[in-house]
Design a protein around this ligand. Structure first.
Ligand code: PYC
Length: 325
């Protein structure tokens, strides 16, 4: 197959949530710190993001993971995560998927591996071919009991917390968390996001709170709760969300409902599980999230100059799709 550009990718899923690791053929972002490389990715190479995760090659649920050379020589890898609409600071399920993928190719062995992300270094502890504990960035709650009037649902209160991404962790949820309620759960989370934006409620640095988490009673014995997480691009997390569970653990700790070292089992809407705990060091809350991932495909993406949709379906580019005739 003649292709003007070939991108080699490996797909895995972590508790049902897909991760697409880009092994080769991604954009050349240089060798600077990962947050600078992320800026370059956004500003100059966003078409690669769209080509890799958007239709027709991908879907709204896929999180891309661009494998990068780390700056810090003590790190095994660097990674920049992205999705159907933009970029993620960190991604818990994606880090588990990345570690399992690297192990699949014999690039890492069992043990603890430092991984650079744009929001700091995390550690991935590979237990065996599928099981990984992510030692996440310090997580924290910045506001509690924030009340917003949500269209069609009334007042909803919740906490604002960081777990590598920004989350609104709702206190109330009138809906049962099950797949047959997907549309209503998604509507509620979008409405919460709209209400946060309409009321100018942001993270302390002005960033948008772009993930919303709802909680309900668990259905799997041994789990502590079941969640629904709406991601920035409108897709829901099939896994219990690593950064979302980290944010939740920080909220539980800060409200006196979780002790350091205490086990918290988070069930996702599809019934997959992450096991979490925190340790506290010098006032910082450090979450650990354990989950499993499976490699499901390896493939090559072909970018052909003659293909009008070679960079994926994205916000209208007038020159991208030629009119017939
Ligand atoms: O696992 O942290 C996570 C995550 C973020 C968005 C999708 N998954």
């Amino acid at each position: 197959m003649p292709a003007d550009k070939i991108i080699r990718i490996v797909d895995s899923h972590t508790g049902g949530e897909p991760t697409r690791v880009v092994l080769t053929g991604g954009p050349d972002l240089g060798t600077g710190p990962l947050n600078e490389r992320l800026r370059k990715f956004k500003d100059e190479f966003d078409h690669f993001r769209s080509a890799i995760v958007n239709e027709p090659r991908g879907s709204d649920a896929i999180v891309g993971a661009l494998l990068c050379e780390p700056v810090d020589p003590t790190c095994s890898a660097g990674v920049i995560f992205f999705n159907n609409t933009g970029y993620l600071g960190m991604c818990g399920h994606g880090t588990i998927g990345l570690a399992v993928t690297l192990a699949h190719y014999g690039r890492i062995e069992r043990g603890i591996h430092r991984i650079e992300t744009p929001v700091g270094i995390v550690q991935a502890e590979l237990h065996d071919a599928e099981h990984v504990t992510v030692h996440n960035v310090p997580s924290f709650r910045t506001a509690s009991g924030i009340a917003v009037a949500v269209e069609q649902f009334g007042m909803v209160t919740g906490d604002i917390a960081w777990g590598g991404n920004w989350f609104f962790v709702a206190h109330e949820n009138p809906l049962e968390i099950r797949l047959s309620n997907l549309e209503a759960l998604t509507d509620l989370c979008w409405s919460i996001r709209r209400a946060l934006n309409a009321n100018g409620i942001t993270a302390p640095d002005g960033s948008e709170i772009d993930h919303v988490e709802l909680y309900g009673p668990p259905t799997i014995p041994g789990a502590n709760s079941k969640n629904f997480v709406l991601c920035p691009g409108g897709s829901y997390d099939r896994s219990p969300c690593g950064t979302g569970t980290s944010a939740k653990l920080a909220c539980l700790y800060e409200s006196g409902n979780l002790e350091p070292g205490q086990r918290w089992v988070q069930e996702s809407i599809i019934g997959s599980l992450f096991e979490g705990s925190i340790h506290v060091d010098d006032g910082g809350i450090y979450p650990r999230i354990m989950g499993s991932a499976y490699v499901i495909a390896e493939s090559s993406l072909f970018i052909q100059d003659k293909d009008p949709l070679r960079w994926g379906i994205r916000e209208c580019q007038p020159t991208q799709v030629r009119q017939p005739g």
